[in-house]
Structure formats: structure tokens, C-alpha cells
Design a binder for this molecule. Structure first.
Ligand SMILES: O=C(O)c1cc(=O)[nH]c(=O)n1[C@@H]1O[C@H](COP(=O)(O)O)[C@@H](O)[C@H]1O
Length: 232
């Protein structure tokens, strides 16, 4: 079972250090826009030096040339996973994959399908999509697969469908994870770690349930046990 990925949604190195030094094991952590855009590439070096694996989540979405060039930079950083937005299209994703894999052949490149903060009602009202949420996620997953990516980001609610359409080796990375007692915050499609296991997600991404807990290590262990056992 892959370790739960902890979203380090902090803005300073001091907060990151304060959080990570509580743990006595190598973690898989996510560095997102909030942290990377304020601390830059140094944060990657610092976290790698502490022995943790990194998912660099910048969700690149621009014209193919720009994303290709930006991915060349990210490919030179020592990260284990990174992502783009599938809505940027197949040419953009192909350029991203070429640039990233050229420099980091073992790195995992994934694409966001529909954000877990998006509901079906919102998708149809704001994106004017004629597809259902499931259809849209499958469409983008297939496009990402055909463009040479390793997997997609979605809610665990779509993991089974993605595996049915794109195969079991195509990775499903799933945020929007909440324990039963947690609030949903700004997420629309939420699932417990146990349910994500049952639905066949390959990775779960967990932020506030762990980072805002009074005992983050205890909460991480709880999430990990639920995720590994599939029982709440
Ligand atoms: O790409 C992501 O990681 C991502 C995609 C998505 O659809 N939804 C989503 O929540 N995320 C990220 O996953 C994390 C979820 O955080 P929490 O809601 O605090 O658990 C955040 O850092 C989001 O940026």
C-alpha cells in the first residue's frame, strides 16, 4: 500500500520544519502552490534532505511550449511526482511528459481531471459541460493516458471507473479525503481513507485532517491504518 501523501499547505519553512520534525519516519509529502510559490526550489532541497519523498503539485495549465519549458525546470528538481491540468489538452500533456521524463525518467507525471472542490452541478453551471462528472473525469483520464502520463488526480469516487477504462496500472491519486468526524471545508467530493481503499485508489492525499489536528502524528497513524485496512 502506498503511504498517504500529506499536503504541506504551509507558507513558511519554519512551519514545515515544525510539522515534519514531529515524525520519525520517511513520509510522502505534497508541496503545493502556497508553499512553492513563497519558498521556491530551496524548499524541495530542504525536504529531500530530511529524507521525505515529494509530490510537487503546481497543476501547470498553459500553452504547450510554456508548459514544456516549465516542466524541463521541474524535471531537474528531485521530486517523485508532479502534475498538470488535463484541461490544457493533449499537446500540452505530451510536451509536459517529454520534458519531464527526459530529465526524471522515474518521476510520476499525472493530470488533474476535475478538482475535488467541483460538484457535478457546478461543473454543468460554470463549465457549461454537457458531460456528467463521471464522463468528464473518464474523458480526461483517457486523454492523459493517450498523452503518455502515468495517472490522474480525481476523487476516490471515480477511481474504479478510471481503472476500468484506463487499466489497473494507470494511477489514481485522490485528494478530498476526510475522516468521518471532519468538516468538508471547501471540498465537494469527499471520501474516508477506508472508502478510498475499497474504491481502489492508488494514493490518497490528505491535508487539513492531519496538519490542523492537535496531534498530527496520531492523526496520520489513524489515517494510514484506515487506508491500509479499508475499515473505519
Ligand atoms: O492536485 C491536488 O493535489 C488536488 C487536486 C484536487 O482535485 N483537489 C485537491 O484538494 N488537491 C489538493 O489536495 C490537498 C487537499 O487538502 P485538504 O482538503 O486539506 O485535505 C490540497 O493541497 C489541494 O491543493
Amino acid at each position: 500500500m502506498n503511504r498517504p501523501i500529506i499536503a504541506l499547505d504551509f507558507s513558511t519553512m519554519a512551519e514545515v520544519e515544525g510539522f515534519l520534525t514531529q515524525f520519525n519516519e520517511p513520509l510522502f509529502v505534497k508541496v503545493g502552490m502556497e508553499l512553492y510559490l513563497q519558498q521556491g526550489p530551496t524548499i524541495i532541497k530542504e525536504i529531500r534532505a530530511m529524507g521525505h519523498d515529494i509530490f510537487l503539485d503546481l497543476k501547470l495549465h498553459d500553452i504547450p511550449n510554456t508548459v514544456g519549458k516549465a516542466m524541463a525546470g521541474l524535471g531537474s528538481l528531485d521530486v517523485q511526482m508532479t502534475n498538470v491540468h488535463a484541461q490544457g489538452g493533449s499537446s500540452m500533456m505530451k510536451r509536459a511528459a517529454e520534458s519531464f521524463k527526459d530529465r526524471n525518467p522515474d518521476g510520476i507525471l499525472i493530470a488533474v481531471t476535475q478538482l475535488t472542490s467541483t460538484s457535478e452541478e457546478m461543473m454543468q453551471r460554470e463549465q457549461k459541460s454537457i458531460l456528467s462528472l463521471d464522463e468528464s473525469v473518464i474523458h480526461y483520464a483517457q486523454l492523459a493516458k493517450d498523452s503518455g502520463l502515468d495517472g490522474v488526480v480525481s476523487s476516490p469516487l471515480e477511481s474504479q471507473l478510471i481503472h476500468e477504462h484506463c487499466g489497473n496500472d494507470f494511477l489514481t491519486i485522490t485528494p478530498g479525503i476526510r475522516l468521518n468526524e471532519d468538516s468538508k471545508d471547501d471540498q465537494a467530493r469527499v471520501v474516508t481513507p477506508a472508502r478510498a481503499h475499497v474504491l481502489g485508489s492508488d494514493y490518497i492525499v490528505v491535508g487539513r485532517s492531519i496538519t490542523k489536528a492537535s496531534n498530527p502524528v496520531g492523526q496520520y497513524i489513524k489515517v494510514k491504518e484506515e487506508w491500509e485496512s479499508g475499515a473505519e
